[in-house]
Design a protein around this ligand. Structure first.
Ligand code: NAD
Ligand code: MG
Length: 391
């Protein structure tokens, strides 16, 4: 085997990030070998991925899906098929795995990602909810096991790249860029009426449904502020957000001497995914180069706090710390699902999260079970508000 060959596990291989990661594996067969894959419900796509990438192990959420998947595969192509949270953990922690791509959506990604860290696996982290809900525990676990935690989120990859060769003490501020989503120019009155289809139509990025709605409310940027707080060890009030509709500058770092270092590129997740997979090497990706002359101009604005209250809610939860971000994240996951199902309106998403944060008590985080409890309470409180028609 090639000594540079990296043995990887992809948690959430059937999602937007998972599929882009496998595209990179396909393009660089000498660099990456897939040991295990996991998926939620899309076993048809998982079966195709198994035939193509021949992992030794896979896991799905439900035992019934594991059985159905088994019958879809011939004996010679069938890997070990597991299910449930333990199945996800076993796939992530398989002895051969050296890097886990954490690309499950939502707080469901926390336990397998934390288990992988504790098992000594390097992490390419897409699942921002892991750091939002349990940042202090995850960062402590990373330090204890001495693994690398490499960001996949494009903003955090940009900051990570801008910080290379720099010293933490010299950093004054991080500036996260945001496209502003599909409703950047929509009036508040019109936002009351928008449909899931309107909200899913992101102008610059092609992503999974949950993060697309988060981008439309700007909760995505709020989650990213908290993610950056843990990845780069800066307080949330030193992390700013600029709207940048072109999505060319992926984020920047401001230093004490006034210098600003940014990372630019076409908006394609292959760049940050590949960098996390191959760091410190850069892979020759088959992407169109960025033509700045064609882009012409780059624009920046302050976000509108009245149209996008989720951003402030996330700053407040990030400042408050403890279980507040986990409660907020849980309420957001329930609110996004309810909006996608048509049971609440778009502007009710932030109202619901605010109501849940007011109702739930916040405590310090010292164990994973506290985070899981906070997540459960945040979800059930949000559901009670929806059922009571109070959102
Ligand atoms: P997605 O919805 O397209 O895919 C999610 C994956 O997780 C799928 O494989 C799905 O089957 C699996 N999954 C869903 N629920 C699960 C559960 N309960 N248990 C186990 N597996 C489950 O999502 P995505 O857009 O690929 O995003 C994945 C993560 O990456 C999110 O945390 C998102 O915020 C982050 N992220 C995504 C992008 C992007 O461009 N898509 C960019 C930056 C960060
Ligand atoms: Mg991002």
């Amino acid at each position: 085997m090639n000594s540079e060959m990296k043995q990887i596990s992809i948690l959430g291989s059937t999602g937007s990030i998972g599929v882009s990661t496998l595209q990179i594996v396909r393009d660089f067969p000498d660099r990456f070998d897939v040991v295990s894959l996991t998926a939620g419900k899309n076993i048809t796509l998982l079966a195709e991925q198994i035939r193509q990438f021949r992992p030794a192990m896979v896991a799905v959420v439900d035992a019934d899906d594991a059985e159905r998947l088994s019958t879809m595969l011939d004996t010679d192509e069938r890997p070990q098929i597991l299910s449930g949270v333990q199945g996800l953990i076993d796939c992530a922690c398989a002895p051969d795995v050296s890097m886990v791509v954490a690309a499950i959506v939502g707080a469901a990604g926390l336990r397998p990602t934390l288990a992988a860290i504790e098992a000594g696996k390097d992490i390419a982290l897409a699942n921002k909810e892991t750091l939002v809900t349990a940042g202090s525990l995850v960062i402590d676990a990373v330090a204890r096991s001495g693994v690398k935690l490499l960001p996949v989120d494009s903003e955090h990859s940009a900051i990570f790249q801008s910080l290379e060769g720099q010293q933490h003490k010299d950093v004054r501020r991080l500036i996260l860029t945001a496209s502003g989503g599909p409703f950047r120019e929509t009036s508040l009155a019109a936002m009351e009426q928008v449909t899931p289809a309107d909200a899913l139509a992101h102008p610059n990025w092609d992503m999974g449904r949950k993060i697309s709605i988060d981008s439309a409310t700007m909760m995505n940027k709020g989650l990213e502020v908290i993610e950056a707080r843990w990845l780069f060890d800066l307080p949330v009030h030193n992390i700013a957000v600029h709207i940048h509709p072109e999505s060319i500058i992926h984020s920047m770092v401001e230093f004490q001497d006034g210098a600003l270092i940014a990372q630019m590129g076409v908006p394609d997740m292959q760049t940050p995914i590949a960098y996390a997979l191959s760091w410190p090497d850069r892979l020759p990706l088959p992407l169109e180069p960025l033509d700045l002359c064609r882009v012409g101009s780059l624009n920046f604005f302050q976000p509108d706090p009245v149209k996008f209250p989720c951003l402030d809610l996330a700053y407040q939860a990030g400042e408050r710390g403890g279980t507040a971000p986990a409660i907020m994240n849980a309420a957001n996951e329930v609110a996004v699902d309810a909006f996608l199902e048509g049971s609440i309106g778009f502007l009710q998403i932030s109202r619901l999260i605010e109501a849940v944060l007011e109702q739930c008590s916040v405590s310090p985080v010292t164990s994973i079970s506290q985070v899981i409890d906070a997540d459960r309470v945040g979800r059930s409180t949000a559901q009670e508000f929806i059922d009571g028609g109070l959102a």
